[in-house]
Design a protein around this ligand. Structure first.
Ligand code: NDP
Length: 794
């Protein structure tokens, strides 16, 4: 063939990456692996194993052990034994270990990249240039957190033994995201990789031990979903960190409810990719390639829902289809391909079935007419256009190389369509108008937003979702806190619940009878009669009836939540405005301090001095959160690209608060004030035994310019009202302070919309102790951090 012909055709030749080292590693293990426990490979105690396959060929790669209960017990025991000594190491020593792991990853980068490509089916170009370098970066970054842990997290201690369960789409990168922060901050780990892709975890464990990581600090137990479940249920695991499907995430939330285990869930998504008519169209088309055809679309934050402004939609689609037809699908080890194999036949069938359904529901199918490899699990780049926002393919995570597209006319419509999802993981906005792009970014319900970019990740920038995409962040300072617990809460003792004394009948007296004082509920800025028209007597410890309060029910909670939803303006009010109102509440409380103190003393039986101190502390706490309202701010990250990522604390939305039974005024203020300071709207259930301090508070709220619906108060049974709040899908978070059973119930029933929960597992807080009861510990739980990536420059 002449040189001129080559120039004319510019066709690709094969550029295979050598796999001899990777195959050699498998051969050295005779294609068979046990678990990696306590510093070495250990056969499964049940003797059971399963085969792991190569997605590009369907050939068996290796035999892996199935983790049984005995294996999980063994691994957790090893992690427990190592945890004390590991946590006791000076931060600098742990930093050196993490640094060694980062260096080790770099030294073996090619081997890891090839094993990953063979095992998962993804292109080696991606494992080599993205997965493995990012994993190394995570270890470097977290070596840094270990180094400065003493000063940066001096009021926190490690969580302990962490069970980590990861999916198959980024096996090595997900390992790094989980293992690096856990180890850096003094925890030990039992990791359960996905059954399809366990090899790089085993390779990492082996290399880490060779790099000097002490035995037991990192353990890997392979197996199926049941092995993961054994880890989730294990009584000696302090935290579960999970990435995977929303369905399994929900199951894990239910199974860990009430156990006291801390939990982070990184779940599915259906992330919008919004293109405005002033976008750089070619840039945005290239963005779609990275959004949905990167990693065969098996990406939790894939930009899978294209929302294109109507005026440019035909042109955009034409250019997108043209670009799609130039993509190359091929063998993962070919360095010149764009897309490799789907992880397994079962995932391929799922993608095929969903695309079929999309077409049946009216979408138009566009598939690149390109050469496809024979054998193995391959699927072509696909676009479904003309999709209805309610159709299955627009709402379900397909987890394959399939984008769905629809159009919009105005920015408001784009935001509405984008947020019309049960998920809230990521979003991508394309516009050359910075004002438009940032305005939209701020209004999207997503944990991560990329402006004129997509799928950017960095160890310093938190990653995680809202809504049913889960909770918790990985990376950065927010991510570090997920592996720590507050020192101040260590000494908390189980709470003694106050008795609900029976009323002693009082003899009628001659003289002027007092006027009826039945407190109503407080909903939408007004006092409201309870729906059921029942009330309950509030009785002093000596049996004297002090007053009556309304008995709220599920319908009252519904009304209160609706009022809180309608008060959305509070979340966009200025921080200065919120601070002013908190100070104003304090001022008005101060002018009635004696009356509140007398009420507390009558309800609880504490001395008048103690009651007065509770009121003073409440005023001070309101000041504290007035102070924080405009000072609890975000950060500007400088990830390794020309640009910034803005870490913005955002309100959660509508938050239910089940107030502690003790400290009837201070407990109520300590929970409500940080929430409203951060822009949340609240539905609070005051102490069941002592609600009158909260009902007396209505008139303070009425005179303090608190907008209607920002604070709603429903009195009645904590359990009943808690149940109604936990199961309400328009409640975004629920804070519950009371019995251990209440915590368990709240966590369990929160699975519907995966609301964020903050519970005390029946441990009593000393509300007068500022270290335990105020500040960042509460503010951090009152917000979600959204990271907005803004690349600029060349
Ligand atoms: P899963 O959520 O089932 O798997 C994730 C991890 O959890 C794996 O290690 C899995 O083990 C483990 N696991 C499974 N069941 C349990 C359980 N009951 N208790 C504890 N751990 C468990 O995802 P799949 O791999 O089954 O994929 C199914 C679908 O989920 C995909 O089609 C995709 O749509 C979505 N998905 C989303 C991801 C995301 O990041 N958003 C990631 C992966 C999948 P094992 O692999 O052995 O089953």
């Amino acid at each position: 063939m002449s040189v001129a012909k080559y120039f004319d055709e510019m066709s690709y030749g094969p550029a295979p990456e050598a796999d001899s080292e990777a195959r050699g590693w498998l051969a050295r293990h005779e294609g068979k692996f046990g678990h990696f426990i306590n510093g070495g490979f250990t056969p499964s105690q049940s003797g059971k194993s399963f085969d792991t396959f190569e997605p590009a060929t369907g050939a068996v790669l290796a035999k892996l052990a199935i983790g049984s209960k005995a294996d999980v017990d063994h691994a957790v025991a090893a992690a427990r034994k190592a945890q004390g000594p590991w946590a006791k190491l000076p931060g600098h020593a742990r930093a050196r270990h993490l640094y060694a792991l980062a260096r080790m990853i770099q030294r073996h980068a090619r081997l890891i990249a090839v094993v990953e490509a063979i095992d998962n089916g993804k292109p080696v170009r991606e494992t080599r240039d993205i997965d493995i370098p990012l994993a190394a970066r995570h270890f470097y970054h977290h070596a840094g957190w270990a180094q400065i842990q003493d000063t940066e997290f001096s009021d926190h201690i490690p969580v302990g033994v962490v069970g980590q369960i990861i999916p198959w789409n980024f096996p090595f990168l997900m390992l790094a995201w989980k293992v690096a922060p856990a180890l850096a901050l003094g925890n030990t780990v039992v990791l359960k990789p996905a059954e399809f892709t366990s090899l790089t975890a085993l390779l990492f464990a082996e290399l880490a031990a060779a790099a000097g990581l002490p035995a037991g600090v990192l353990n890997v137990v392979t197996g199926e979903g049941e092995t993961g479940a054994l880890l989730v249920d294990h009584g000696d695991v302090d935290k579960i960190a999970f990435t995977g499907s929303t369905e399994v995430g929900r199951l894990i939330r239910e199974r860990t409810a009430g156990s006291g285990k801390s939990l982070t869930l990184e779940l599915g998504g259906k992330s919008p990719f919004i293109v405005f008519d002033d976008a750089d169209i070619d840039g945005a088309v290239e963005g779609v390639v990275d959004a949905i055809w990167f990693n065969q679309g098996q990406v939790c934050c894939a930009g899978s829902r294209l929302l294109v402004q109507e005026g440019i939609a035909p042109l955009f689609q034409e250019r997108l289809l043209r670009r799609m037809s130039t993509l190359r699908v091929g063998q993962p080890l070919d360095k010149c391909i764009d897309m490799g194999a789907i992880v397994a036949p079962v995932q391929l069938s799922r993608i095929e079935a969903l695309v079929k359904q999309g077409v049946a529901e009216g979408a138009t199918l566009h598939q690149a007419q390109i050469e496809m490899p024979q054998g193995g699990s391959f699927y072509p780049p696909t676009l479904l256009s003309g999709v209805q926002s309610s159709s299955t393919v627009a709402t379900e995570e397909i987890f394959g190389p399939v984008a769905v597209s629809m159009t919009f006319r105005t920015p408001d419509e784009a935001i509405q369509l984008a947020n019309n999802s049960r998920y809230g993981l990521a979003a991508s906005v394309w516009s050359e108008t910075i004002g438009l792009a940032l305005n939209v970014a701020a209004k999207l319900a997503a944990g991560v937003v990329w402006v004129n970019a997509t799928n950017l990740f960095d160890a310093a920038v938190g990653f995680g979702g809202k809504r049913e995409s889960g909770f918790g962040r990985e990376g950065g300072r927010e991510g570090a806190y997920e592996y720590l617990k507050p020192k101040a809460w260590q000494g908390r003792k189980p709470r003694a619940m106050p008795a609900l004394p029976a009323a002693k009948p009082a003899a009628g007296e001659f003289g002027m009878p007092s006027l009826d004082r039945t407190a109503k509920l407080y909903v939408g800025g007004k006092q409201a009669r309870p729906d059921g028209n029942y009330s309950r007597s509030i009785v002093s410890p000596k049996g004297k009836v002090l007053g009556e309060v309304g008995e709220g029910n599920r319908k009252d909670i519904r009304n209160a939540v609706a009022a809180a939803q309608a008060a959305a303006g509070w979340s966009s009010a200025t921080a200065h405005n919120r601070a002013q109102i908190l100070y104003y509440i304090a001022e008005n409380l101060s002018s009635r301090a004696d009356e509140f103190a007398a009420r507390i003393a009558a309800m609880t039986g504490v001395s008048s001095g103690k009651a007065a101190a509770e009121v003073e502390a409440s005023i001070e706490r309101l000041f504290t959160y007035g102070a924080w309202a405009d000072k609890y701010e975000g950060a500007v990250h400088v990830p390794p690209l020309r640009g910034v990522a803005l870490a913005m604390p955002e309100s959660l939305g509508v938050v239910g608060v089940l107030c502690p039974p003790e400290a009837p005024l201070l407990g109520f203020i300590s929970l409500v004030a940080p929430l409203i300071a951060m822009g949340n709207r609240v539905v609070a259930v005051p102490s069941e035994a002592h609600p009158l301090a909260a009902t007396d508070f209505y008139s303070i709220l009425e005179t303090s310019d608190v907008p209607a619906g920002v604070i709603n108060i429903v009195t009645g049974s904590t359990d009943e009202l808690g149940k109604a709040l936990a199961t309400h899908n328009d409640v975004d978070a629920l804070w519950a302070f009371g019995t251990a059973e209440l915590s368990a119930m709240v966590e369990k029933l929160s699975v519907g919309n995966l609301k964020r929960t903050f519970v005390d597992h029946g441990k009593a807080t000393d509300w007068m102790n500022r270290a335990e009861a105020e500040g960042a510990l509460y503010l951090r739980r009152a917000v979600d951090v959204k990271n907005i990536w803004i690349p600029y420059g060349e």
